[in-house]
Design a binder for this molecule. Structure first.
Ligand code: NZQ
Ligand code: ZN
Length: 389
């Protein structure tokens, strides 16, 4: 391991079937005016909303609701939430939902007391907050993004065709606590479950496929990827398998809570492509990633062949005997492709509503990262996208 780093993750996790019992004691640590943030209504259908409202009322909290946070939350929804939070003098935010709701809550936490436009400050200029940050707690209902244990918040500006993630440096933006009950994820439709599985897997790939040094983080990543593949196959057969669903929930948190990036430069180009696709199509995040991954990894493979060989052998159990590096690396990617098809993931952009007319805007909105095995030109971006159609 070659690079220097610091590591701190202050999010307290409560994991398991009874995890919500800990909400009452957590609530005592924060102010009385709570903003309850949630999505389009899944928590009302599966009963989680009633349970949480009951706990908030018993704790004597004054609750204002910010409902209807959409998948890929928009800046306009953020402005609306800021108004509600200011009017109600909110001093604590409880996010109940998936990555979109949790990201939104974090963006809200740094915007309530911000006297500048949050899009300009956080998503155009990528500045850190200078204002008071309202604390966020999480009850997670969808697994994949890792937002429950990190300081990332992705916001979309539909008119600008931009979907931008800001990973804040200040640990105060990480949720103060996250309640992870695998049972809460069981009402997810299969398409969302698999999108989340690919999302967490790709978070690890984004960090794994960088650097050539011997790094403990890569060994941890290989273990996490093996666990995700294993549990995903069980969950595909039985979506109610608690052991598999709980392993997926646990793996997702570790996939993006900054641990496995330590000592590494990290890539993140699949996410940059996927986010730009999301900005133009509003497609499900995990599917935007699966649709561009194979052409992208085929393009960069020659520049990081050793890691792709290692991926084939250590993650996909491919025997190296009698094979060239190129053969092994290709077999690793084929194994990944077969697994993706087993899960029913989109492997083509045309499957998620992208048309060739959108490609110019997607190329324009794709940020270029420099930490992977190949720094892409805009022409490379276009080529990956065209090969993904
Ligand atoms: O809105 P509701 O009605 O709750 O329905 C949601 C939504 O339609 C539904 N859902 C969630 N939990 C459910 C459920 N339906 C039934 N039962 C449940 N238990 O699932 C749909 C998708 O939810 P969403 O929160 O959008 O999914 P996800 O968790 O994948 O979050 C996606 C967002 O996170 C960002 C993405 O870009 C995207 O905007 N990301 C955040 C990251 C971070 N903070 O580090 C990293 C990721 O790479 C990602 O970019
Ligand atoms: Zn992701």
């Amino acid at each position: 391991m070659l690079e220097n780093f610091s590591y701190c993750n202050p999010t307290k996790l409560y994991f398991g079937e009874n995890a919500l019992e800990n909400l009452t004691v957590e609530l005592t640590k924060y102010g009385n005016n709570v903003a309850l943030v949630y999505g389009g209504g899944s928590i009302k259908k599966n009963g989680i909303y009633d349970e949480i409202i009951g706990i908030l009322k018993s704790a004597g909290k004054t609750v204002s609701e910010i409902a209807g946070v959409m998948p890929n939350p928009t800046i306009h929804k953020l402005y609306e939430g800021v108004e509600i939070a200011r009017t109600n003098k909110v001093d604590f935010i409880l996010a109940v939902g998936g990555g979109s709701v949790v990201d939104y809550a974090k963006a809200l936490s740094v915007s309530i007391h911000c006297d500048e436009d949050p899009w300009e400050k956080y998503y155009a200029r990528f500045e850190e907050p200078a204002c008071e940050i309202v604390p966020v707690g999480v009850v997670l209902t969808m697994v994949g993004t890792g937002s429950e244990m990190n300081a990332g918040a992705v916001i979309t500006y539909p008119e600008k065709k931009l979907k931008i993630g800001h990973v804040f440096a200040d640990e105060k933006i990480m949720p103060r606590f996250s309640i992870l009950n695998p049972k809460y994820t069981m009402s997810l439709p299969k398409s969302q479950m698999v999108a989340g599985i690919y999302d967490m897997f790709n978070h690890i790939c984004e960090q794994y496929f960088s650097g050539e040094d011997d790094n403990t983080s890569d060994y941890i990543s290989e273990g996490l990827m093996r666990s995700i593949i294993h549990s995903s196959r069980i969950a595909m057969k039985d979506m109610n398998d608690y052991e598999a669903r709980s392993n997926l929930m646990w793996a997702a948190a570790w996939a993006l809570n900054t641990l496995v990036s330590k000592g590494k430069s990290t890539d993140w180009m699949v996410h940059m492509l996927g986010q730009s696709v999301g900005a133009c199509s509003n497609a499900t995040h995990g599917m935007t990633l699966s649709a561009v991954s194979l052409p992208y990894y085929k393009m960069i493979m020659p520049y990081g062949i050793q890691k792709f060989v290692r991926f084939a052998v250590n993650v996909w159990n491919i025997s190296p005997v009698g094979k060239t590096e190129k053969q092994l690396a290709e077999e690793g990617l084929s194994a990944m492709e077969m697994w993706m098809k087993e899960l029913g993931l989109a492997t083509k952009l045309s499957q998620i509503g992208v048309t060739t007319e959108m490609i110019d805007d997607i190329v324009k909105g794709t940020l270029i990262m420099k930490g992977g095995y190949k720094v892409l030109s805009k022409d490379d971006v276009r080529e990956v996208l065209m090969q993904s159609m």
